[in-house]
Design a protein around this ligand. Structure first.
Ligand SMILES: [Zn+2]
Length: 68
């Protein structure tokens, strides 16, 4: 019983650490350019992969290009 309890506790600890790491990662990206500078919506990860320097979400980019 003790072994099972210990294993569960270790798993719990690992999950907490992983969640915390994800949280800090998101926070860090959010401060740089993960959010649209125009509307503040999060920029999708697919868009960031295609255009790492994108500062606007897809919708605002289309609007912006349509106004040129
Ligand atoms: Zn936007």
């Amino acid at each position: 019983m003790v072994d099972i309890a210990d294993a569960a506790q270790i798993n719990e600890q690992k999950e907490r650490d992983a969640a915390l790491a994800r949280f800090h990662h998101t926070k860090q990206y959010g401060k740089s350019c993960e959010f649209c500078i125009k509307c503040g919506d999060p920029i999708s990860i697919n868009r960031k992969i295609a255009m790492p320097n994108a500062t606007k979400c897809m919708q605002c980019q289309v609007e912006f290009e349509g106004n040129i």
